[in-house]
Design a protein around this ligand. Structure first.
Ligand code: CP3
Length: 337
């Protein structure tokens, strides 16, 4: 039987009484069962590229909490890795990428699909385990955010080289962005063909772009991704997450043509709710870390502000690793209760 999960109907524009919910980074280090499997796997990438483990980690939060969707367990940096840039995750440091040789990046469908085949296998396994009313969300990083990591090669830097390239050598940056768009498209289509039912595009570092550069480096590349995906897979909802974006949300939404706007913690809900689009977000992960009445009150006020139109509850950024799983249970109960 073919059922459209409730969350997918919200993404397609249905207004619902009780909002659906999932959480960015719902699978991860705040869960003891994740830490156990992560220790067994040895490395984060080994976990990502072993379908049996990655599928298990994807499903772990759904075993504990009443969530409406699973998000594929993988990483946005799988795309540069598949293009041929070396990648490592160092304890305490986060991602470290190898030298970027733009002339040697592989972006053919064959190259990307063969490298990311284990991720597609993970998608298949997860889809087979989920209930018909639970959706599986696939994802990739937005071209600008992925370019930040490829150019600066470290996570916690503020990306000075990428930002300098955007202003001083835009033609060089454009070439990198174009490669990322091509590779990401193969990667997303593979996820959808394997069973992903919605796609989220994470522009985690959109805040580094001013109004004018936002159009060139965030909006336009995402618009190209969306247009190509809509050609091949017209019914798959696409969620855009321009975290911390400055400038007009309306312009970003109109030009990218995403189906859903995911709001960061600082996004203005009053402005967002005037848009004619499904919204997602935007509880502060700090409040989830804290738990208790302040968290519950803010979750209720988000629902009051946004749930009279198509809406899906989420955080404004990922779950912080020190968060107690009991707080997540408390939050989901407050939303669903
Ligand atoms: O549950 C989920 O959200 C699904 C899996 C997921 C991960 N990363 C797992 C992960 C998703 C959707 C991502 C996206 C991602 N990865 C983003 C965009 C979202 C955001 O946070 O803004 C970015 C920027 C990355 C790049 C990345 N991956 C960094 C900077 C780091 C290190 C930071 C850290 O928290 O250690 C990662 C590692 C990472 N990705 C972990 C997880 C669970 C922790 C790795 C570990 O277990 O050691």
């Amino acid at each position: 039987m073919n059922v459209t999960p409730k969350i997918i109907r919200a993404y397609q524009g249905e207004t619902q009484n009780t909002p659906c919910a999932w959480l960015m980074r719902q699978a991860g280090r705040y869960l003891p069962e994740y830490r156990a499997l992560r220790a067994e796997a040895g490395s984060f990438l080994q976990l990502c590229y072993t379908p049996e483990w990655a599928a298990e980690v994807t499903l772990q939060p759904l075993r504990r909490f009443d969530l409406d969707a699973a998000i594929l367990f993988s990483d946005i940096l799988v795309v540069p890795h598949a293009m041929g840039q070396s990648l490592d995750f160092k304890a305490g440091e986060g991602p470290v990428l190898g030298p970027l040789d733009v002339t040697n990046l592989s972006t053919s469908r064959d190259a990307i699909e063969s490298f990311t085949a284990p991720v597609f296998e993970t998608v298949k396994r997860v889809r087979a385990e989920l209930n018909p009313d639970q959706a599986l969300i696939g994802f990739c990083g937005a071209p600008w955010t992925v370019a930040c990591y490829m150019i600066d090669r470290r996570g916690k830097t503020g990306f000075p080289k990428a930002r300098q390239m955007a202003s001083d050598a835009p033609d060089d940056l454009q070439v990198i962005i174009d490669h990322i768009v091509t590779a990401s498209l193969h990667y997303l289509r593979g996820q959808i063909d394997a069973g992903a039912q919605a796609i989220q595009i994470f522009d985690s570092w959109a805040a580094y772009l001013d109004q004018e550069s936002l159009m060139r480096w965030s909006t336009q590349p995402i618009a190209r991704l969306v247009k190509s995906l809509k050609n091949s897979h017209p019914h798959i909802p696409i969620i855009g997450f321009p975290r911390g974006m400055t400038g007009s949300m309306k312009e970003w939404v109109d030009h990218t043509n995403v189906d859903v706007l995911a709001l960061g913690t600082d996004a203005d809900r009053k402005t967002a709710r005037e848009l004619d689009i499904c919204l997602q977000g935007n509880l502060s992960p700090e409040l989830l870390l804290q738990g208790g009445q302040a968290m519950v009150d803010e979750a209720r006020s988000i629902i009051t502000d946004l749930n009279h139109k198509p809406f899906v509850f989420n955080l404004g950024h990922g779950v912080i690793k020190e968060t107690s799983p009991a707080h997540v249970a408390e939050l989901i109960n407050a939303i669903k209760g």
